[in-house]
Design a protein around this ligand. Structure first.
Ligand code: DLL
Length: 431
């Protein structure tokens, strides 16, 4: 399947029926096959027979990232026996967030990613360079499955190795580039260093996402590379990339709502906001099997628009991500929670519980510096011991985060104390 006109251009009443049938089935499955959901539903006195219409979704409990953490690793799975693939993304403390797919889920992923590429203007037979990371991150493989489904020619370049990326582009002439927007900008500097003319590149379409980016970044990418830069949004818990994607009209990201039912709520009250108002995006996966999620609170702030788009699709469109309701940072496309770093630091002896994360963007690449205050006893140690200590902390943090960090040990009482909520992050990036 390339794109699904019947679904993507369906009338409201058709979609309403699909939503209702699917929600009923989902609630029935959850109440039969998952103890965590059984408990959540029975705490609210909800039985599957109470669900008569999709609007009844409001009666159902939310699911949050902490539910995944508390039931690590597979407690939220409903069909572990038929699980075929497992990915992880960042958790808030020691353990990562685990997500799983049955073979049918992988087919769903391929389908929604094929719709994604079609939205961006890709045509079967086009060549795509996928420079999202392959592996546990959902970016690379999700894009890969969708590209195969659509009949694209795939270059599975994965992330990094910029010179090689540019050589692949120059020699093979792919029409589409899929990577984080900051990497598209980073490649620009590399191209200039190599004496290439970026405006002459073969890339015509960019499918860029996994991190926030502004209109000014879009303009810079489009102008410098002479290409269309389109936004793709998704999150591992829901499926990975493939939740929503801009079409070339660039008036919001079309959300695949026949399978990912959206609500936009006031994060404080949990009530739905009016159409067009900012709120937290909540998604229910209506058809996933291995690990479906009920009313999952994404923590991403958006607005939503249900009007038909100029492109003809009737799928609702979310705005670009306008912020987060928590303190998650995205550094080089990787989600980082300050609490993950705190968790590591608190287990190391010789440091005080005061730290500061300084994030910056140098040559279009995110860098993270972790300032750690050592205690008095440690501070009086020899310099060589301090270096070894710095390396130990660096190693521990990098093992959990999966990205390079610089650790800077600072003297006791250097990091500013706050009377209110401690300030743990200085983000100097101008996105
Ligand atoms: O980033 C999935 C993905 C891969 C999306 C490739 C697009 C392209 P996670 O690692 O679980 O999954 O991170 C999900 O990243 O909740 C957002 O806060 C943020 N995010 C993802 N796409 C965008 C975007 C993938 N286009 C988290 N704009 C989400 C802003 C984004 N933020």
């Amino acid at each position: 399947m390339i794109w699904d006109k019947k679904i993507e251009c369906a009338t409201r009443s058709t979609i309403h029926k699909i939503h209702t049938t699917r929600l009923k089935k989902l609630v029935s499955t959850l109440s039969k096959s998952n103890p965590v959901y059984q408990q959540k539903l029975s705490a609210l006195g909800i039985k599957p027979s109470n669900i008569k219409d999709i609007t009844d979704i409001k009666k159902l409990p939310f699911t949050i990232k902490e539910d995944l953490r508390d039931n690590y690793p597979f407690g939220l799975f409903t069909d572990f026996d038929n699980t075929a693939e497992i990915h992880v993304s960042s958790g808030t403390t020691g353990n990562p967030t685990v997500v799983g797919y049955t073979k049918d889920d992988l087919k769903l992923w391929a389908d929604v990613m094929a719709r994604t590429f079609a939205l961006a203007g890709a045509l079967p037979g086009d060549m795509i360079q996928i420079a999202y990371g392959y592996g546990l991150f959902t970016g690379g493989l999700g894009a890969h499955y969708g590209a195969l489904e659509m009949g694209l020619k795939v270059i599975p370049a994965s992330s990094g190795q910029s010179k090689r990326q540019l050589k692949l582009m120059t020699d093979f002439k792919p029409r589409i580039l899929a990577c984080t927007p900051s990497y598209a900008l980073f490649l620009l500097d590399e191209a200039k260093n190599l004496g290439l003319d970026p405006r002459a590149s073969s890339w015509e379409i960019g499918v860029f996402g996994a991190e926030p980016w502004s209109e000014s970044m879009r303009q810079q990418i489009e102008h410098s590379w002479n290409m269309q830069a389109l936004d793709v949004y998704g999150l591992s818990e829901i499926i990975g990339p493939g939740v929503s994607q801009e079409c070339p009209h660039k008036c919001g990201l079309h959300l695949q709502w026949d399978v990912f039912y959206p609500e936009v709520i006031d994060p404080k009250t949990g009530e739905e906001v009016k159409e067009g108002e900012r709120g937290e995006l909540v998604i229910t996966t209506l058809t996933k099997q291995a690990m479906p999620l009920l009313r999952y609170r994404t923590r991403d702030i958006v607005t939503i628009n249900y009007e038909k788009c100029i492109c003809g699709r009737t799928t609702p469109r979310i705005s670009k991500i306008l912020g987060r309701t928590d303190d998650m940072l995205i550094i080089r496309g990787i989600n980082v929670f300050p609490s993950q770093i705190e968790y590591v630091l608190l287990k190391i002896e010789g440091i005080s519980p005061h730290y500061l994360l300084v994030v910056d963007r140098k040559n279009n690449l995110d860098v993270l510096e972790v300032w750690v205050e050592v205690d008095e006893r440690m501070f009086s140690d020899e310099i060589k011991h301090l270096r070894a200590f710095e390396n130990k902390i660096k190693y521990e943090i990098e093992t959990v985060l999966g990205i390079d960090v610089t650790v800077k040990l600072v003297e006791p009482k250097t990091i500013e104390r706050s009377e209110g909520k401690a300030k743990r992050v200085i983000d100097k990036r101008k996105i």
